[in-house]
Design a binder for this molecule. Structure first.
Ligand code: BDR
Ligand code: CA
Length: 316
């Protein structure tokens, strides 16, 4: 079976990414690496541990990753992140304190060791900044030829950004790291705003989780309803909340959910275009696409699968 590592800044949609990975058949979630972004790294790890416990997954280890970008020494949560995910990252819903703690091994070391152990069977799904993966590449460049695939949530090619006119939040946190990942030999699929803003969840769906009458169903509905309510204010033109991070997990497991464009991309780190993910005009004619960018998505198939997985998972 395929092995998956999630690299998360847990976050409400990151929490849904955990649930999707746990529920999906034919894949082992072998660990979660924690990142900064929606919350600080230690809180991201605690949130992942709490969500895993809520889902009865006591065996999935959680590792601490980097706590700030590769070009800074300090990180502060952006007000917009705290607004969208709540200060605690999970919609101000309280979950029991996790019984476990993060592992002592670092998230970066776990990424490197897993690449050595599982090679092409390994899928890495980063749904936060790409700082951990860039650091792993720097420490152990050979992993770029070992890992099967990296399917990341981040970037925007055909639509504007969400934290600036050109930048999507995850890439914006650490464009330098993102560019290093893009420039590597890794097999990369970019699941960006182009498709995640078209894959939406509403309270009709969360209401179905409540009907299951389980703690997991109830808590997840509380958490995601918070996110849906915020979207009504921040994105009134959308009818629901974007399934950014769980869509990346879905595409990682079934690439046929999206149509892709293979191009040579880079991440702009100039001040004016900070964090923009864009094709490289200097390399338009060379035959070396480095990223497969998701441009359209079969949202009906995805949503049906998402609901089947979640309902089964929350019924247990
Ligand atoms: C991405 O930014 C984070 O806030 C979300 O969890 C998602 O990974 C969307 O731009
Ligand atoms: Ca995220």
């Amino acid at each position: 079976t395929r092995k998956m590592i999630l690299d998360l800044d847990t976050g409400i949609d990151d929490a849904m990414a955990i649930a999707y990975a746990v529920a999906a058949p034919d894949v082992d979630l072998i660990g979660i690496v924690s990142s900064y972004g929606n919350v600080l790294t230690p809180l991201s790890a605690q949130n992942s541990l709490k969500i895993l416990e809520l889902l009865g997954q006591q065996d999935v280890p959680v590792f601490l990753g980097e706590s700030h970008s590769s070009t800074t020494t300090h990180f502060e949560v952006m007000p917009i992140s705290a607004q969208i995910h709540g200060k605690n990252g999970i919609g101000e819903v309280s979950l029991p304190t996790a019984k476990r703690q993060p592992e002592t091994k670092s998230g970066v070391d776990f990424l490197i060791e897993s690449a050595h152990t599982y090679g092409k069977d390994l899928i890495v799904v980063p749904t936060g900044p790409l700082t951990n993966l860039a650091k792993a590449l720097k420490q152990a460049p050979e992993i770029q030829n070992e890992i099967g695939n990296v399917t990341l949530m981040g970037g925007a090619l055909t639509v504007p950004g969400n934290v600036s006119p050109v930048a999507e939040a995850n890439i914006n946190q650490d464009p330098t790291a993102a560019d290093q990942v893009f420039e590597s030999n890794l097999n990369i699929t970019m699941v960006g705003l182009d498709v995640t803003l078209r894959t939406l969840l509403t309270k009709n769906e969360t209401a179905q989780w409540r009907k299951l009458n389980t703690v997991a169903g109830e808590k997840f509905a509380d958490i995601v309803d918070y996110y849906i309510d915020v979207y009504k204010i921040t994105s009134p033109h959308l009818h629901g909340c974007a399934l950014h991070d769980p869509l990346a997990v879905g595409v990682a497991l079934d690439p046929s959910l999206v149509s892709t464009l293979d191009i040579n991309m880079f991440v702009d780190t100039t001040k004016e275009m900070w964090g923009r993910t864009i094709g490289d005009p200097a390399r338009l004619t060379d035959q070396h696409p480095n990223v497969s960018v998701a441009l359209t998505v079969n949202q009906d198939t995805y949503l049906k699968r998402f609901m089947t997985y979640f309902s089964e998972l929350f019924s247990q």
